[in-house]
Ligand binder design. Sequence first.
Ligand SMILES: Nc1nc2c(c(=O)[nH]1)N[C@H]1C(S)=C(S)[C@@H](COP(=O)(O)OP(=O)(O)OC[C@H]3O[C@@H](n4cnc5c(=O)[nH]c(N)nc54)[C@H](O)[C@@H]3O)O[C@H]1N2
Ligand SMILES: Nc1nc2c(c(=O)[nH]1)N[C@H]1C(S)=C(S)[C@@H](COP(=O)(O)OP(=O)(O)OC[C@H]3O[C@@H](n4cnc5c(=O)[nH]c(N)nc54)[C@H](O)[C@@H]3O)O[C@H]1N2
Ligand code: SF4
Ligand SMILES: [Mo]
Length: 876
Amino acid sequence: MDGASHPSVRSTCPYCGVGCGVKLRADGAGGLSVKGDPDHPANRGRLCSKGHALGQTVGLEDRLLTPHVHGTKASWDEALTLVAQRFSDTIAKHGPDSVAFYVSGQLLTEDYYVANKLMKGFIGSANIDTNSRLCMASTVAGHKRAFGTDTVPGTYEDLEQADLVVLTGSNLAWCHPVLYQRLAAARKERGTKIVVIDPRRTATCDIADLHLKLKLGTDVALFNGLLAHLGKTGALDAQFLKTHTSGIDEAITAASADDPATTGLDPADIARFYAMFAATERTVTVFSQGVNQSTSGTDKVNAILNCHLATGRIGKPGMGPFSVTGQPNAMGGRETGGLSNMLAVHLDLETAEHRTAVQTFWSAPRIAKRPGLKAVDMFQAVAEGRIKALWIACTNPAVSMPDADAVRAAIKGCDFTVVSDITGQTDTARLAHVLLPATGWGEKDGTVTNSDRTISRQRAALPAPGLARPDWAIFTEVGRRMGWQDAFDYAAPSEIFREHAALSGIAARLGRDFDISGLADLTDADYDALAPTRWPVTAARAGGRFFGDGRFFTPDGRARILPVRQRAPAAKRTARYPFRLNTGRTRDQWHTMTRTGLASRLARHLAEPFLQLHPQDATALNLHPADIAQVQSPHGTALLRVLISDDATLGAPFAPIHWTGETAPAARIDTLIAPACDPISGQPESKASVIAIERFDAAWYGFAVAANKPNPDAAYWARVRTDLGWRLELAGATPETDWPALACRLFGLQSDPQILTDRASGLSRLAFADPHGRLTAALFVSPEPVAVARDYVAGLIGQPLGSVLAARPSGASPDPGPTICSCMGVGANTLLAAASECGTDLDRVCAATGAGQTCGSCRSEITSLISRFALRDAAE
Ligand SMILES: Nc1nc2c(c(=O)[nH]1)N[C@H]1C(S)=C(S)[C@@H](COP(=O)(O)OP(=O)(O)OC[C@H]3O[C@@H](n4cnc5c(=O)[nH]c(N)nc54)[C@H](O)[C@@H]3O)O[C@H]1N2
Ligand SMILES: Nc1nc2c(c(=O)[nH]1)N[C@H]1C(S)=C(S)[C@@H](COP(=O)(O)OP(=O)(O)OC[C@H]3O[C@@H](n4cnc5c(=O)[nH]c(N)nc54)[C@H](O)[C@@H]3O)O[C@H]1N2
Ligand code: SF4
Ligand SMILES: [Mo]
């Protein structure tokens, strides 16, 4: 088919909460080209490395294409009837609170709306919670305490109009790359001052005027110190405080009782930050998981909101607190009431008037009267057999929940588990009794809301593969089969959206912020054509900011400034567990890698799980680069590659969250995390568990490449895709004598490999060839960490066997080194070579190599690479 029969479709990137617009064009053979949408207000055509690689993730190789019941293919009718029956029977026998849904901020608003309606209005329990509990719950609770509603006051433009942007607990450069680029561009133009507050040095620090490397978990002390400072120096907005807020005196008294020295920061740096904040009217404070994921997450949020409310810096151009959301529809989930302590459309479960309004609107037989179980408690209830039927949709809790081994065991032991996913190959899906194939991004239609309240359409550009169905349709079918035909009689997402929009009008009349009643009468054609729209959308109002007028959604209309106090993380360091484990994201992977893991170019950035350790910690532990560390917590164990860096925090190493039973089973990071939660938000403390670290005494180390997926059996392994197949890191706990046998098992091959052993280093190379003498698989093993040029070797699949046995780059094709620019596949060595030829100017190096010009996510890494090169050069 030609391009003309596949018109460009406007949609939204399915990853982070920036919510970039994309233009998609199907090639008619299952492929998809993806470009940034120049007309989308979030990104104006830009995309980051993950957005750029979307086209590489739509293949059907790992897709779940049919329903499965007890591991066997089944028809939809069979699967849905069973789900409806088991849920109905369980409810009849044990009551509505014996069942639960665990859903996701990656569902579309329409999916979310029907799941929530089914549970809260028809089943009559509030046992629906979402992975947003692990993500945004503390912000939701903090917003509600201060504003009366869960309202994000500002817009992305505020970051561009500010004179000071404070980023706390946010690695914006890697996690919200396009917003970071907008900020970096604004800084270039207007000289925005930037302060980063993070216990480790991140890529975001590249544009920081000040990096406050505070002790993990001490944000409240820092912001309380700021509030006290603002009070002492007369920087408060007395008029705003008097007319629009309450609680300032109590808050300042509490704040003054905390000591900013708790942060461990240099007092001069603290003073500089406080002076900058006090002096700058146009200040935005961006916060994310370093704030939310804490047992004092809600207090951290309010400590930040306090400083903005006390200075009246909220809801006006270039100022305000700004929670950047993680998932593409974290906001939509909050709007539809996907959390177990919310109703729908920002109405409160605890308020009888709100419950009645929703029940009446839905014509629901019942309505949940009290909050349901929050994620951690929900899986605890599953473990204890109190939840007997569980439906997990669009999330992978066996990996991402704290105490992940216990969660995995709980799911496994549940009487009846349903999983809806796009793939059956996840740690969670493998435990399901019923597996339901969902349509994925690129195939589904609906809406998402990004961090700045902009509602965008996701539109299908590809047909649904196999028997896959949209999530809203699956929930709807089960609702009907449970006996509620009329309430779940939707034929299209537009019908659900209109209902949601109409309900929001009722919420607005009850004094809530979320109001999109202006969209309640969209025709199907209007819905199809809906351009990105920031809420609220009413007859009277469209978009804009909240709270600039000083009117809040509390009963007295005043914002609450709250007294909060610094508290240490829940787990205490002991002689047995002397370190804290910080966790988070890397630039090119998304969560449990079910989609980004399909794009070989994204695997080049950081192809292995790692423990980023401070050099002093490494020395004390006698750990060297590329060693493997054995990490233990009171909850579990993990093996991680040692990466030594000054960027790390002394005493608090960092590890990525992305690795799973499918990709690196010894490195599932949440097995280490304590299930300790914030008492108000119920959000787990995912970044501050205590751990012990020691050297893993590997008997051998290995590296492998293969055309076909290898199946390792070793104490440690990590497997990613390459352009030509797969690559694998390995380490064994026990000595191995028969390498050819191990290699044959690993690759599923019967033939004899060619072997070359270097007696001096002990490195053995085992290479397998096809009948034409071309390389199909190779294994390198050594008593020491294997030193070969990884990307180079991965590129030898299909080449004559001799090249791999030599395993060093020939003159004709120099080893490009580890990939820095994933969009263009430019390696560190190529960049260094360019720097030596054309100097260390970033733009020149980028121009010479093609790096850093597509999405720009790697520009900070190129800068630090070439600056290190310049230093080395100067020293020589
Ligand atoms: N590449 C990529 N981007 C993503 C995602 C992804 O998986 N990959 N996921 C998306 C999602 S769902 C989310 S929620 C966001 C998360 O976006 P971020 O919150 O920016 O990402 P994290 O890496 O989890 O954590 C941010 C930083 O918090 C710091 N931190 C840890 N403890 C503390 C502390 O006590 N105080 C302070 N001030 N900082 C601390 C960490 O060192 C880390 O650098 O990213 C979104 N974007
Ligand atoms: N230690 C630690 N743990 C953390 C965090 C941390 O910083 N540290 N961060 C937490 C945060 S903020 C988050 S958001 C979570 C994320 O954790 P998860 O939500 O568990 O991670 P994902 O890999 O995004 O899971 C999404 C699942 O949905 C599937 N999927 C994709 N599209 C669709 C679809 O359209 N329909 C359906 N039905 N399924 C689909 C994917 O294949 C995948 O299995 O992790 C949390 N866990
Ligand atoms: S910044 Fe990147 S991951 Fe986030 S929405 Fe935009 S393209 Fe997608
Ligand atoms: Mo998240």
